[in-house]
Design a protein around this ligand. Structure first.
Ligand code: SF4
Length: 360
């Protein structure tokens, strides 16, 4: 039986096998054409559960809930930026927005974070990044500063999942992760309670490795005493780390490009990342490179907005008309330019971010 571990560190490559094992639907081309974002066109969104309900609301120009949470043990990296880019896209489609900075989850499930105060400090940086990427203050909340109803709801959810079920889904009963998960389920569903936006379809974009959370949430939603829609999910293609076979990790600085990285760090990291290039320039000209395994090309695929440039990089790489040195230079330069602007915006948003986290 296939196993997906949301806390694991290896990448998932056999998507079809995973779809089949867990009953995910492949994201159909007919839906892609209706959604004008690069993640759909470029097949970065690969699968879904009940996305039809949300698409119908978008087409009817009716509201739906847009909910995403990020638990980070440090600064956000480009993987988190991709989550937020998708969140911003749904915000622009008329959603009711719930972006959660999961500070309690991060504290409870990441051994590296020693105190809740440390988690809150990280949350301030994370919220400033989310604001700089296009969210407003009212789109964001932190778990540690949410209202009473949210916590009561998390406890009500606790009664709907047994230790046995939890163990069957996640393979362990780590109490920190159990408590973090109860909040995570509440994050996804609380927006549909009458105290918030009320019953309506909701969408959450997640990595394929987070599917155990989605399955648990959907199962609980069907058994709650509240009348709510079963949450819908869309699944990202895995955005891997900069090294071969690695995952981007906030705890391992060299696996990812972070939103606070300096120009020199970006240059070093892109310069050292794993590519699909050949051993020599002569071989590359003769045989072409392999963008499908190239981490630099993967960064472009997720973050370079220009579709023509992406196609040009892919085609010329394959044809041996591009060498990795020049190719890395292009990526280094646009990332450096983006991050310079982003870091200035995030700095400006720090007072707002502190208010979100500490309430003053
Ligand atoms: Fe990757 Fe560019 Fe090298 Fe092709 S030429 S393998 S896309 S770095």
């Amino acid at each position: 039986m296939a196993k997906i571990d949301p806390w694991g560190s290896s990448s998932i490559s056999n998507y079809e096998h995973v779809f089949k094992a867990f009953g995910l639907k492949e994201f159909p081309d007919s839906m892609r054409s209706a959604l004008k974002h690069r993640f759909f066109k470029r097949k970065i969104v690969i699968a879904h559960r009940d996305f039809e309900k949300v698409l119908k609301r978008i087409k009817q120009k009716k509201p739906f809930i847009n909910i995403t949470g990020i638990a980070s043990s440090g600064q956000y990296h480009l993987g988190h930026k991709a989550d937020i880019d998708l969140f911003v896209f749904f915000k622009e489609q008329g959603a009711k927005n719930y972006f959660c900075v999961c500070d309690i989850d991060a504290y409870a499930s990441r051994p590296k974070i020693l105190t809740l105060d440390d988690a809150k400090e990280i949350a301030v940086q994370n919220a400033a990044d989310a604001l700089a990427l296009g969210l407003s203050e009212k789109d964001i909340y932190v778990q540690s500063n949410r209202d009473k109803k949210y916590y009561c709801f998390a406890f009500e959810i606790g009664k709907k999942i047994t230790a046995k079920t939890f163990e069957a889904i996640y393979g362990h009963l780590d109490l920190g992760k159990v408590s973090a998960n109860l909040l995570q389920y509440a994050d996804i569903m609380h927006g549909q309670l009458p105290e918030y936006s009320g019953k309506m379809p909701s969408i959450t974009g997640i990595g394929l490795d987070q599917d155990p959370h989605a399955r648990a949430t959907r199962d609980i939603a069907k058994r709650l005493s509240y009348d709510i829609e079963v949450p819908s999910f869309i699944y990202f293609r895995h955005q891997s780390g900069l090294k071969e076979g690695s995952k981007m990790s906030a705890s391992e600085p060299d696996t990812a490009i972070f939103l606070n990285d300096s120009e020199a760090e970006v240059k070093r990291k892109v310069g050292n990342c794993f590519t699909g290039g050949r051993n020599t320039a002569e071989e590359q000209r003769r045989l072409g490179g392999n963008p499908d395994v190239c981490k630099k090309y993967e960064i472009d695929l997720f973050h370079l907005e220009d579709n023509k440039k992406i196609k040009d990089i892919f085609d010329k790489c394959k044809a041996g008309k591009r060498l990795c040195g020049d190719c890395k230079k292009l990526t280094t330069e646009y990332l450096q330019a983006f991050l310079k602007k982003h870091q200035a915006k995030a700095k400006k948003n720090l007072p707002k971010a502190k208010k979100i986290v500490y309430g003053k």
